[in-house]
Design a protein around this ligand. Structure first.
Ligand code: NIG
Ligand code: FE
Length: 396
C-alpha cells in the first residue's frame, strides 16, 4: 500500500464555487483516500511521500469526452471551400468530407497512424486532460476499423477510452445505409466485443445521413451485445438522434443544437448527458446548443472539442470553455463541472473519476493560477502540473 500526502493546497469545492486554503489530499494507490483541512489529517496514517503544494490551487483534471483524434491527412482545402460558400453537405455529397479522410486513413499504416495520433494526444495532455475519448469512424471497413481500434489501444499518456463509430458515414462499397449498418451489426460489433477493443458505440444520426428506422435497429443491436451507447444527435436539424439516444438510455447525446422544449424536458428526466461542442459550431457557423435551457431544466451537460479534420480542426479546450461562457451563457463553475464530472458521466465513468471524491482516481490539476484564468484566453491554458492517479505526468 502506498500512501501519499499532498499538503498545503487551496482545494476547489466540488461545485467549483469556492476554494478552501490550507487543505490536504491523501492518495492511496492512485485513488483519493481523504480530503479536508490540513490540521485534521488523521494521525494514524503513515505516509510514503509528502508533497508540499505551496498554496497552489487544486481541482479535478479535465476529461475530453468527444473527439475524432485518430485520422490521417488534412482537410484544410475543404475549410477554404466552405469559406467560399460550399456547404459541408455539398462537400460530403461530392466524396469529400468524412469519405476523403476515410481514403487517407485506410491507406495509412498502424505505425503512421500511431505516430500522428500520439502527438495529438500529447497536446490534449498538455492542456490538463487526464482522460480522453477517441472515436474510430474514418476507416469504415473491417480490416481498417480494427487497425484503428488497435492503434487507440497503444496510445499513451491520459487514460484513453475508445468508441466505435463505424456508423459515421456509408462507405462507397455499400449502396444503401441499411445494408451497411446490418454489416456492422453482424460482422464488426461481435468481433469488437470478442476482442474487447471497445465498449462504446456511436452513430451519426441525421436526415440524409443515418435515418431513424435503420439507426433504431442498430442501436438496439449494439445494446443487446452489451455496448454503451452515444449518439451524434440533432446537429444539423431537429432530427431523430436525441430522441433515440434518450429512448435507448445512451450515456450521451452529442451536439444537440436543435432541441425543442419536449426533448429538453426528457433530458432533464434522464441520465443521458447532453454533450455540447461549441468549437465545432463556431467552425460550422451554426447556432449554439441551448445550454442555459438544458442546465436550468436540470439536465446534465458536458463540454468537449469534437476535434476532427472537418468540422473542428482544433484541440483547444480553452476556446471551448470560452465559447460556452461568451455564447452559451454558461457560468465559469458550470464550464468546469461540464469538463470534469459532466464529461465523466457522458463516458459512464463518474464512479471512477471526474471529481476528487473518496475512492475516485486522484487525477488533478495543480496551479498558481486562479480559476478565472481558465477558459478566458483563447488558445491558452495557464501553467499547471497534471497529476494522474497521484503521479505527476506533465508540467507546463
Ligand atoms: O462530429 N457529424 C459528424 N461527425 C463529425 C465530423 C466529422 C468530419 O467532418 O470529419 C462531427 O462534427
Ligand atoms: Fe463528433
Amino acid at each position: 500500500m502506498s500512501l501519499q500526502l499532498f499538503k498545503n493546497c487551496r482545494l476547489v469545492a466540488p461545485d467549483f464555487k469556492s476554494v478552501t486554503a490550507k487543505s490536504a489530499l491523501i492518495v492511496k494507490d492512485g485513488t483519493v483516500q481523504w480530503t479536508g483541512p490540513q490540521t485534521k489529517v488523521p494521525k494514524i496514517f503513515k505516509f510514503k511521500k509528502v508533497t508540499d503544494l505551496k498554496a497552489k490551487l487544486v481541482f479535478p483534471s479535465f476529461i475530453e469526452c468527444h473527439t475524432h483524434t485518430l485520422f490521417a491527412g488534412s482537410r484544410a482545402n475543404e475549410f477554404e471551400m466552405r469559406n467560399n460558400g460550399v456547404s459541408y453537405q455539398e462537400i460530403a455529397a461530392k466524396g469529400g468530407g468524412i469519405l476523403s479522410t476515410m481514403k487517407q486513413t485506410r491507406i495509412a499504416t498502424e505505425k503512421q497512424l500511431l505516430s500522428v495520433t500520439q502527438k495529438r494526444v500529447d497536446s490534449f495532455l498538455r492542456q490538463g486532460v487526464s482522460t480522453l475519448e477517441v472515436k474510430t469512424g474514418y476507416a469504415l471497413d473491417v480490416k481498417n476499423e480494427i487497425k484503428c481500434l488497435n492503434v487507440i489501444k497503444k496510445l499513451k499518456g491520459p487514460r484513453v477510452i475508445s468508441t466505435f463509430l463505424g456508423a459515421h458515414a456509408r462507405p462507397p462499397e455499400f449502396s444503401d445505409n441499411s445494408s451497411y449498418l446490418e454489416f456492422l451489426s453482424e460482422k464488426l460489433l461481435p468481433e469488437i466485443k470478442r476482442k474487447k477493443l471497445s465498449r462504446r458505440v456511436d452513430i451519426f444520426i441525421e436526415n440524409k445521413f443515418f435515418e431513424k428506422e435503420e439507426s433504431q435497429r442498430y442501436l438496439r443491436k449494439a445494446k443487446d451485445l452489451g455496448f454503451d451507447l452515444t449518439v451524434h444527435a440533432n446537429q444539423l436539424s431537429l432530427s431523430a438522434g436525441a430522441g433515440l439516444a434518450l429512448e435507448h438510455g445512451a450515456h450521451s447525446a452529442d451536439h444537440v443544437i436543435n432541441l425543442d422544449d419536449e426533448l429538453i424536458k426528457k433530458f432533464s428526466n434522464s441520465k443521458t448527458v447532453a454533450v455540447l461542442l461549441p468549437l465545432a459550431d463556431l467552425y460550422m457557423k451554426c447556432a449554439y446548443p441551448p445550454a442555459r435551457k438544458l442546465i436550468d431544466s436540470g439536465a446534465t451537460v458536458a463540454l468537449a472539442t469534437d476535434f476532427n479534420p472537418g468540422s473542428c480542426p482544433s484541440q483547444d479546450l480553452a476556446t471551448v470553455g470560452l465559447l460556452a461562457r461568451l455564447e452559451m451563457k454558461m457560468t465559469l463553475p458550470e464550464v468546469f463541472s461540464a469538463y470534469t464530472l459532466g464529461a465523466a458521466k457522458a463516458l459512464g465513468i463518474d464512479g471512477e473519476e471526474g471529481s476528487l471524491e473518496v475512492g475516485k482516481a486522484a487525477n488533478f490539476i495543480c496551479t498558481d493560477a486562479e480559476l478565472t484564468d481558465f477558459f478566458y484566453s483563447a488558445g491558452h491554458t495557464p501553467e499547471h502540473q497534471l497529476f494522474i492517479r497521484g503521479k505527476e505526468i506533465s508540467k507546463r
